[in-house]
Write a protein that binds this ligand. Structure first.
Ligand code: ZN
Length: 209
């Protein structure tokens, strides 16, 4: 039924007659040495891992899911995230049990987009894991501006004191986000979580800009 209403096209490259083509699936594949350790300009104080560059079909898929309501893309994005988590467990960077905390999305923005996108992806990615849970514990306060287009200094100013803990989290935590750009959001999130008694072991993102 849905095909009659929505044009059927790949969420990564726009190819017709498929929702997610083989080429894009290959582009999102997690290689044996991935996720890669990256060095954002703002150091969050814990290792930051990214599954790939924010470009090409990875970028298109994230945008299509977050901005254009392509909820069918949760599956491929969650699969990539699940493999990333699996690698971090295998490398001994992440322990189980651990709690995944999605980086905060602006409340209004999340509501407009039909629920927090990162939480949805993380929940799907860890759905079958008995010892990895997802807790949506961080929110940005309502007056924090969307960070799109801000410089890193602006982002830090924008975020200082504006991320709040909404649920208590203890023990080892993996902070997960869709994109890491300057690292400012990650740093503030790590700070808030550790001040509340959690031990953030790493940050894992779908993409780095
Ligand atoms: Zn494609």
């Amino acid at each position: 039924m849905l095909d009659l209403i929505l044009p059927l096209e790949c969420g990564g490259c726009g190819a017709p007659s498929t929702r997610w083509c083989d080429v894009c699936a290959a582009a999102l594949q997690v290689k044996l040495d991935e996720p890669h350790l990256i060095t954002p300009r703002v150091d969050p104080g814990v290792p930051v891992f990214a599954l790939g560059r924010y470009a090409g079909s990875r970028r298109q898929a994230i945008v299509a899911f977050k901005e254009h309501g392509r909820r069918d893309l949760v599956a491929p994005l969650a699969r990539a995230l699940a493999l990333g988590i699996h690698r971090l467990l295998g490398w001994g960077i992440l322990d189980a049990p651990s709690t995944i905390v999605p980086a905060p999305t602006r409340v209004l923005a999340a509501r407009r987009r039909g629920g927090d996108p990162v939480t949805r992806i993380a929940a799907r990615a860890t759905g079958n894991h008995p010892r990895i849970s997802v807790t949506q514990a961080l929110r940005t306060r309502a007056f924090a501006r969307d960070s799109v287009g801000l410089t890193s200094a602006d982002r830090e100013r924008n975020l200082r004191g504006r991320i709040k803990l909404t649920r208590s989290v203890t023990g080892p935590v993996l902070l997960v986000d869709d994109i890491v750009t300057t690292g400012a959001t990650a740093r503030e999130s790590v700070r808030i979580l550790e001040a509340a008694g959690a031990q953030v072991t790493a940050v894992l993102t779908l993409a780095h800009a």
